[in-house]
Design a protein around this ligand. Structure first.
Ligand code: GUN
Length: 284
């Protein structure tokens, strides 16, 4: 079996175009477009690239977008002050603080300061708690993007064994909760898991979210499995996923490419969350 492609790039484009259309018609009514503020602290080149992609996507969708670049030497209090200012800003519906923050900064303190109703990254404990409780709230863009991609391609989740490799608060843990909500049986593996292959080979749907290029090879994957690659690592000038695409595509039924899979979905879901915050705030 040669796997079919879960084309995140194509789907993300469609979602972004739909959002642009909706934002244009509502902007006329509200008197302003949806607004996102992104805070980037320090000079991390990967973070700079991610944030500029998000900023550009907002502009292309006709959203108001503020990119706030702060020096790594800024104090924690100054960052908190900036977040509080954005919490009050009338033109801003969504706030994202690009992670990781420079060493020595208290990430939790910063994330907890973002107003939950503007927390379009879904990282505030209130939104994480709502996800745990099965209540409506903002869901982090990457796991939300994985769910949407599978749904749009008609991949059934109920009753399936989903194996997630990676237990981050940004991807692995929220994705496990979303999969449970969708009636999957969920296994979460991580860096201390013994005999990883024994688990991954049982997966009907295998999600790799570790950040180790080529970790998952064909012998980790059951014939006909659906394989979702969330990992991104720079290898030389290339972006590589956690999945060895060329070997795994020979046995999987569906597979996401890197680039062009989950990455573009993350950006589309961030825009969707910002749009939803705008709709809620303006009671549309
Ligand atoms: N760092 C890695 N992924 C993300 C993300 O989705 N949002 C933010 N804010 N930072 C990240």
């Amino acid at each position: 079996m040669v796997a079919k492609l879960l084309n995140g790039k194509q789907l993300a484009e469609k979602i972004r175009n739909d959002l642009a259309e909706k934002a244009a018609s509502l902007s006329a009514r509200v008197g302003r477009p949806p607004g996102l503020a992104a805070i980037l602290v320090g000079e991390d080149s990967a973070s700079q690239l991610y944030v500029s992609k998000k900023h550009q996507a907002c502009q292309e969708a006709g959203f108001h977008s503020e990119l706030i670049q702060l020096s790594a030497s800024i104090s924690q209090d100054e960052i908190l002050k900036k977040v509080r200012d954005l919490n009050r800003a009338a033109t801003i519906d969504g706030i994202l603080v690009q992670l990781p923050l420079p060493k020595g900064m208290d990430e939790n303190a910063v994330l907890e300061t973002v107003a939950p109703e503007k927390d379009v990254d879904g990282f505030h404990p209130q939104n994480l708690g709502k996800l745990m409780a099965g209540q409506a709230g903002f869901v982090a863009a990457t796991p939300k993007g994985v769910m949407r991609l599978l749904q749009e391609y008609g991949v059934k989740i109920a009753g399936k064994h989903v194996v997630i490799v990676g237990r981050s608060t940004i991807v692995g843990k929220p994705l496990a909760l979303l999969m449970l909500q969708a009636d999957a049986t969920v296994t979460v593996c991580h860096s201390k898991t013994k005999n990883l292959k024994e688990f991954t080979k049982q997966a009907d749907i295998l999600v790799a979210a570790v950040g180790k290029a080529g970790l998952i090879t064909a012998d980790h994957v059951k014939d006909g499995a659906v394989v979702v690659d969330v990992g991104t690592s720079r290898v030389g000038t290339k972006l590589k996923g956690d999945v060895d695409f060329d070997s795994v595509k020979q046995t999987a039924s569906w597979i996401t490419p890197v680039p062009g899979g989950v990455g573009p979905m993350t950006i589309a879901m961030l825009l969707e969350n910002t749009f939803d915050a705008y709709v809620t705030k303006n009671k549309l």
